[in-house]
Design a binder for this molecule. Sequence first.
Ligand SMILES: *[C@@H]1O[C@H](CO)[C@@H](O)[C@H](O)[C@H]1NC(C)=O
Ligand SMILES: *[C@@H]1O[C@H](CO)[C@@H](O)[C@H](O)[C@H]1NC(C)=O
Ligand SMILES: *[C@@H]1O[C@H](CO)[C@@H](O)[C@H](O)[C@H]1NC(C)=O
Ligand SMILES: *[C@@H]1O[C@H](CO)[C@@H](O)[C@H](O)[C@H]1NC(C)=O
Ligand SMILES: *[C@@H]1O[C@H](CO)[C@@H](O)[C@H](O)[C@H]1NC(C)=O
Ligand SMILES: *[C@@H]1O[C@H](CO)[C@@H](O)[C@H](O)[C@H]1NC(C)=O
Length: 337
Amino acid sequence: MDAKKLIYNLLCFLLVLCSFIYPCLSELCHPQDKKALLQIKKGFNNPHVFSTWDPNTDCCLHWRGVHCDEKNNRIETLEKYFGGGDLAGPIPPEIGDLPYLRTLWWHKQPNLTGPIPQSITKLKRLRYLVITWANLSGPIPDFLSEIKSLVSIEFSFNNLTGQIPSSLSRLPNLTGLVLDRNKLTGPIPDSFGEFQGSHFYLKLSHNQLSWKIPASLGNKDFNYVDLSWNKLEGGAAVLFGLNKTTQVVDLSRNVLEFDMSDVEFPKSLVSLDMNHNRITGSLPVGMTALDNLRGFNVSYNRLCGEIPVGGNLQSFDYTAYFHNRCLCGAPLERSCK
Ligand SMILES: *[C@@H]1O[C@H](CO)[C@@H](O)[C@H](O)[C@H]1NC(C)=O
Ligand SMILES: *[C@@H]1O[C@H](CO)[C@@H](O)[C@H](O)[C@H]1NC(C)=O
Ligand SMILES: *[C@@H]1O[C@H](CO)[C@@H](O)[C@H](O)[C@H]1NC(C)=O
Ligand SMILES: *[C@@H]1O[C@H](CO)[C@@H](O)[C@H](O)[C@H]1NC(C)=O
Ligand SMILES: *[C@@H]1O[C@H](CO)[C@@H](O)[C@H](O)[C@H]1NC(C)=O
Ligand SMILES: *[C@@H]1O[C@H](CO)[C@@H](O)[C@H](O)[C@H]1NC(C)=O
């Protein structure tokens, strides 16, 4: 064989070899991820919305609602493109077989039912767990506290029942807990003053939470606290304090009963809503120093005395103050004499 022929044969051999290997090399999708995704599709009974999840195509390139990590091509995001609620039935347990998943984000899935599956504790890199406007039922499971990587948990508008597990405060990186509009009962856990994450966002509104706001919450400098539309009683002063940087507090529609006269509100407050409670005393003069306050409502309480003059307090509509026992002064029509 002369050299030319040898090179020719070698090239042919390489060409044949390449054409065999090429499809495998060119597929970015990790075979284990593909297998898990196909099982999830099957678990949901292969609805039409998964039609792009075709075993013959590359899940990183062609499957909708799926995103792969650019470095290792593992699935890092499952998201919400499913418009109009196409996921039906319980979450398939194979959701736990996507070890690189960082974001699970499903929104507006009214036919998504059943409990939060235990298998998600296998997702050791999961940061964002967001399943909102669905029909999940059962408790908020204790085992969520095993997913140490979690940064945000959101289950707004579901059908979750039972008490909020106190173990959630052990999630070291958690900075957002959003559980509004469920059927949660019992107290806010004492441990919730111990969250480590900063700029914490806590939204527990529209549930049936009862008891007092735990004193331990005073240790935490929340950025946002919405506890409205529950059955919370007793005081709320612990949420405030001059050394905090809290921006939004909504405590409206509870049965809170405390004297507001001596409460020290942080200068950072942008919005404060406490309407429909049983708050007594008068508005502290210090409130005139709240330069950032844009939203304010203390209507439907048992407050008395003069509305302090100054700051933004006269800029709010009179309905921010009406239906109290004996508040007086602008913007109310009743003068103090
Ligand atoms: C939910 O399921 C019901 C019954 O199968 C169906 O009629 C309805 O269209 C589904 N809703 C959505 C938003 O897919
Ligand atoms: C939500 O799920 C429950 C069963 O857990 C079912 O009875 C109910 O009809 C579902 N609601 C909607 C709006 O699909
Ligand atoms: C919650 O569950 C109850 C009973 O299972 C059901 O009747 C109701 O429709 C569900 N609510 C929503 C918002 O799906
Ligand atoms: C918490 O966040 C930090 C900074 O992003 C990260 O280095 C650390 O691994 C996270 N902890 C866990 C348990 O995921
Ligand atoms: C605010 O001061 C109180 C004591 O007055 C203290 O217990 C709390 O840790 C302080 N909070 C912050 C965020 O500095
Ligand atoms: C204050 O809350 C009451 C009760 O929900 C409402 O009627 C009123 O419009 C609110 N006013 C302002 C200024 O937010």
